[in-house]
Design a protein around this ligand. Structure first.
Ligand code: ZN
Length: 371
């Protein structure tokens, strides 16, 4: 009997001790999670409960010398789903895949994904967005946002450049003046409970977006249009691969037109011309062709001045009184400079000509003679 009692007490002490150790371990773990890992879990919970939706800032416009808008914004929509608020997942999959032209599997995967908010498609036309909003589906959010729009399609494409998926500048002025054009996105913060239902008491915190600055440039779209037409004509008659025309204001160096044909459509910058587009193109090759298509030869390529430099020689000659417009010259088709015989482009010679005619003929011997 006595032995049995001792045995029981021993058993109780052992059990108590085991329990004590277990609680000690659990307590320790709790302290670890609540005190030392608190930041990590607060952040996790916040991510799940606080739903952030950004309000896109309107990007600054680009205007030409006459104040004509040449890069503008158009309202587009971003369609997202909120997993916890979805009541009719099958209907949502069906409606969104039909309206947005997406495969049902693609939409289904996103509808079923457990996340606080899941983007289905961005850059959706406003009419489409309004149509989806009209279905009144719970858990489907339609947010309005801006997309870059170029009213002149391909005119001055290489100068203006275009923007990417996040409205950031990719090439041209769009990237050069990114910091001024960009603006600052705003934000809507909504608190929700664990099930994703929005809490009324917590309210909405709204940070207003700051629109970007407009950019005024010296380019004149009328002159640009003429220059482009002319360049296209020359490209055709000379069967050239590329033709560039640069028009500058001689008084202050302002660029009035910068055409570099073939240009590309700014509203569809990732489509290669039919001649280059092929089925079996690798990603790398395609990127290479796109870069070549976007390249602004007026800025990115070097050019041997050649005859265009005659303008500088003529201006210096006239200003220095070395030559007058009436001075008479004679071109035999070549000129000897030291021991070199340099030919005129017209090998039979231009004959007698005054300085104005020599300039019109782009006559080499005359320009070498009067220096
Ligand atoms: Zn000549």
């Amino acid at each position: 009997m006595l032995k049995n009692k001792t045995y029981n007490r021993k058993k109780i002490v052992t059990i108590f001790f085991v329990c004590f150790v277990i609680f000690l371990v659990l307590g320790g773990r709790l302290v670890y999670l609540m005190v030392f890992q608190s930041d990590y879990y607060t952040e996790k919970a916040k991510e799940l409960h606080e739903r952030e939706r950004s309000i896109k800032a309107a990007r600054g416009r680009i205007l030409d010398a006459n104040g004509t808008v040449i890069a503008d914004n158009k309202t587009v929509c971003t369609i997202s789903v909120i997993h916890n608020q979805i009541k009719e997942p099958d209907k949502i999959v069906q409606v969104l895949s039909k309206e947005l032209d997406l495969s049902e599997e693609y939409v289904q995967k996103r509808v079923e994904k457990y996340s606080s908010i899941e983007k289905i498609k961005s850059n959706v036309d406003k009419e489409k967005g309004d149509a989806i909003r009209a279905y009144n589906l719970e858990g489907v959010k339609v947010d309005e946002d801006y997309k870059r729009y170029y009213p002149y399609d391909s005119l001055a494409s290489k100068v203006l450049g275009f923007t990417g998926g996040d409205n950031q500048g990719i090439i041209g002025l769009e990237v050069k003046y990114e910091e001024y054009l960009r603006g600052k996105d705003g934000m809507i913060l909504t608190m929700t409970d664990a099930r994703g239902v929005e809490l009324d008491a917590a309210g909405e915190e709204r940070i207003e977006p700051v629109p970007g600055n407009d950019l005024y440039i010296s380019l004149d779209m009328n002159i640009q249009s003429y220059a482009t037409q002319l360049a296209k004509q020359v490209m055709e008659t000379k069967e050239a691969e590329r033709v560039s025309i640069l028009v500058m204001n001689p008084q202050n160096g302002e660029i009035m037109a910068m055409a570099d044909v073939p240009e590309f459509n700014l509203n569809d910058p990732y489509t290669l011309p039919e001649t280059a587009a092929g089925e079996g193109l690798t990603e790398e090759k395609k990127q290479e062709l796109l870069n070549a298509m976007w390249r602004n030869g007026c800025i990115s390529d070097t050019y041997e001045p050649g005859s265009t430099f005659k303008i500088v020689t003529a201006a210096a000659g006239l200003e220095g009184g070395v030559v007058t417009t009436e001075d008479q010259f004679s071109c035999p088709g070549y000129i000897m400079v030291e021991d070199r015989r340099i030919r005129c482009h017209k090998t039979t010679g231009h004959g007698a000509e005054n300085f104005v005619q020599a300039t019109m003929n782009s006559c080499k011997p005359v320009f070498m003679e009067f220096i």
